[in-house]
Design a protein around this ligand. Sequence first.
Ligand code: V1D
Ligand code: CA
Length: 414
Amino acid sequence: MTTKQRVSYFYHPTCPLFYYGPSHPMKPHRMKLAHHLILTYGLYKEMECYRPHPASAGEMTQFHSEEYISFLSKVSPDNLRQFTASMQKFNAGDTTDCPVFDGLYEFTQLYTGASLDGAVQLCQNQTDIAINWSGGLHHAKKAEASGFCYVNDIVLAILELLKVHARVLYIDIDVHHGDGVEEAFYTTDRVMTLSLHKYGDFFPGTGHISDVGAKKGTGYSVNAPLNNGITDEAYFEELFKPIMDKIMDVFRPGAIVLQCGADSLAQDRLGCFNLTIKGHAACVAYVKSLGVPLLVLGGGGYTIRNVARCWAYETAVLVNKPDVPNAIPYNDYYEYYAPDYELHLGQDPTMENLNTPKMLESIRVDILQQLSDLEGAPSVGMQQVPPLFQRSESSDSVKRDRKPHAAELYDTVD
Ligand code: V1D
Ligand code: CA
C-alpha cells in the first residue's frame, strides 16, 4: 500500500460518561482516557474527526427486533419493576452481565451511530479507514443483550457495507468469541467472520474450530479456539498472518471490519492471553496494509489504562505514525499511567503459554484446509465480471440513463 490512506475518527464526548455500575468491569470511561492520549499525541491532526449521530430505532431494527429495541428505549433504573418479564426475556438487569443503567438507550445510540457513520463514509468513498473505539459490541443478538453488549453495532455496520460491497470480512481479536456477529451471518457467503479467542470454560462458550457456518455460509465462519497465555509471536506469525493471507486469496473482501477488543492484552482484568500492545497492533497494521476499506472498532478491555494505551497506539499505526514516543505525553489522566508513564507493555513473564506449537499448527492447518475447500466453489460475485461499459445491453440490467444504485454495482467494483 503506497498511497496515503484517509482516516476518519468518530468520538462522542457523552459516550464515556455512561456507567454500568461500581462492580461492573465494563468502564466506558476508558474511551475518554484513549481520546485524551490520542489528542495529546497530536494524532487528531492526521485524521478527520467527527461527532457521530445517535442511531435511531429504525436504524437498529435493520437487525434487532422491534420489541427488543422498544424495550431498550423505555426501560430505566426507575421503572425496572414494570419490565420484569421483558428483562428476563431480553437478558438485561442486575442478575445478568447487562445491567439497566441510566441512559442505557442513549449509550447504545451513540456507539451504534458512530459505527454506522463510519460504514456510510466508507461506502461513499469519503474515507479509507474509519475508527470508532466506542463500538465493537460483538455479543448482542437480534432480541437479546449478552456479555455487556446491547445493540450489535458491528452487524448493523456490516449490513450497511453490504449495500455496496459483495463481500465483507469481519475479524475479531477480542479474547472472547465474536458470537453475535458470527450468528447473524452464519448462513451467508457474503460475510466471512474470523474470531480468535480463548475457548474452554470461558464466556460465551461458542467458537469451536468445527463451527464453520451453515447452508450457503458453510466454510465462511472461521474460528481459532485458544488456550491461556498466547504470546505475540504465536498469535501473529503462527495464526493471524497465515490465516489472513489465505482469506485474502480465497475471499477477496470489498471491505473489512476489525474488532480490536483489548482484553486479549497481557494483564487484562478478564482476559487470559499474553499479548503486548505491539503484538495486538501488528494485526491492525497487517489489516491496514491490505489497502481495503476498513472499519476499526473497539470491544472488550478491562484494565482501562492498557485499553487506552492500546487504542491510542493503534490509532497512531492507522495514521502512519507508529513511532510515537514511548513516554506518555502529559494529559488530564496522566496518573493512570504510573509508575512507568510509558505507552508500551511488556509480556507477563510469569504466564505460561498453554498453546503448544503442535496445537497451533493443528489449528492453522485445519483452518487453511477449511479455506482451501472454498476455492472452486464460487460464491456471490466471485466470478470475473467484466466492467459495466464492456457488458452487452442484453446482459446488463443497469439502465444507461440513470445512475445505478451502489448495490447493483457491488460485483463489478470489488
Ligand atoms: F466479572 C464480572 C463482574 C460483574 C459483572 C460481570 C462480570 C463478568 C466477568 N465475565 N461477566 C463475565 C462474562 N459472563 C459470564 C457469565 C457467567 N454466565 C452465566 C455468563 O461468564 C461475560 C464477559 C463479557 C465479555 C465482553 C467482551 O469483552 O467480549 C466485549 N466485547 O465488546 C464489548 C464487550
Ligand atoms: Ca475474538
